[in-house]
Design a protein around this ligand. Structure first.
Ligand SMILES: [Zn+2]
Length: 332
């Protein structure tokens, strides 16, 4: 959910606020975030500072393609996340025959988290190079993510989850780890040279990349992410719902209507599910071809027009979204 564009530093401080806003305590988060200024943005995304902070902890680490530091006692959790996140980089390296910049992962408890990054606990971010990606060791201690409540999940889904070996607590928090795959999606988009042209399509594509990887290599994680998105979509208030509002009133959404912003993310995720069913992994290659970096600037209507030629239904979806729904309600 976080997104920042390295070439446009002003965007960074803004998008810090947009990421994972708490549905439970948006005011608390906003008051913390209000202290963040543009001049601080480089510091909070500085890989050099983050690396120094992390080194001062003298934490144990797991070696590998994605070195993973972890708070004492969190080795098992670190191994799981290293496998999940490094696996995504490896998967797309193979899929596109290219090498991606190395990323170091840090899996931290609340106490150590605050010594490495200034964000609320559980608010995943990747720094500028050298890339340091912070993830929480324990989602239950985070109020930065609107996780589903058990009563909001239908009986058939809970039954399926149990049959697939998920405890409720696992299922409840799997969507949080899925945000990690979304964040890696942002890093992959940049390195694939894709210009999504619009903010909403950038967020869509980051989720798509994360989800396509889960489908291909981490199928056990799929259900929890779908539950996270579907419940979040159904339960999140959203006075604003059209794409153009998200595009042109971003600061307002972030500062005044953070919960509404979260709904946009969940609505985009609903579209991810639908497009993936039709297009699968191949969609990413088509986007790479159709949205090269350095192309002429496109607006929302033009992006939709291009997408319509890849996979029909985008314009109808955008129109339905403008009326306050994504068109996929019946599938819940
Ligand atoms: Zn994002």
């Amino acid at each position: 959910m976080l997104c920042f564009r390295f070439r446009r530093c002003k965007t960074i401080s803004l998008t810090v606020v947009i990421g994972l806003v708490s549905l439970q305590t948006p005011q608390t988060l906003l008051s913390q975030q209000a202290k963040i200024t543009d001049s601080q943005s480089t510091g909070m995304f500085s890989g050099t500072i983050r690396e120094k902070n992390l080194a001062a902890l003298h934490d144990p680490y797991l070696s590998g393609a994605m070195p993973t530091y972890y708070s004492p006692g969190q080795k098992k959790r670190a191994q799981f996340l290293q496998n999940l996140i490094a696996g995504e980089i490896g998967f797309y390296s193979d899929a596109f025959g290219m090498h991606f910049a190395p990323i170091t992962l840090a899996v931290l408890d609340p106490q150590q988290w605050s010594k490495v990054v200034i964000f609320s606990y559980g608010f995943p971010t990747i720094s500028l190079p050298p890339y340091i990606f912070t993830m929480p060791s324990d989602w239950s201690k985070s109020n930065a993510v609107p996780f589903p409540a058990k009563e909001d999940v239908d009986a058939a889904t809970l039954k399926r989850a149990r049959a697939e070996g998920h405890s409720w607590k696992e299922l409840q928090f799997e969507g949080g780890d899925g945000i990690g795959t979304h964040e890696i999606g942002h890093a992959i988009i940049r390195q694939l040279g894709i210009d999504t042209q619009t903010r909403w399509f950038l967020e869509f594509l980051a989720s798509y990349i994360g989800y396509a990887y889960l489908q291909a290599r981490q199928p056990r994680e799929v259900l929890g992410n779908e539950v996270f998105w579907t419940v979040g979509y159904a339960k999140t208030p959203h006075p604003h719902s059209d794409l153009e509002y998200m595009e042109t009133n971003h600061r307002d959404l972030v500062t005044k209507y953070p919960v509404n912003y979260a709904w946009y993310q969940f609505a985009l995720d609903q579209r991810v599910l639908a497009v993936y069913r039709q297009e699968g992994l191949g969609f990413i290659s088509k986007v790479k071809q159709s949205f090269p970096g350095g192309g002429p600037k496109l607006n929302t209507a033009q992006v939709l027009e291009k997408l319509e030629s890849i996979d029909s239904g985008w314009k109808a979806w955008a129109a339905a979204l403008g009326e306050g729904h994504s068109g996929y309600e019946q599938e819940k």
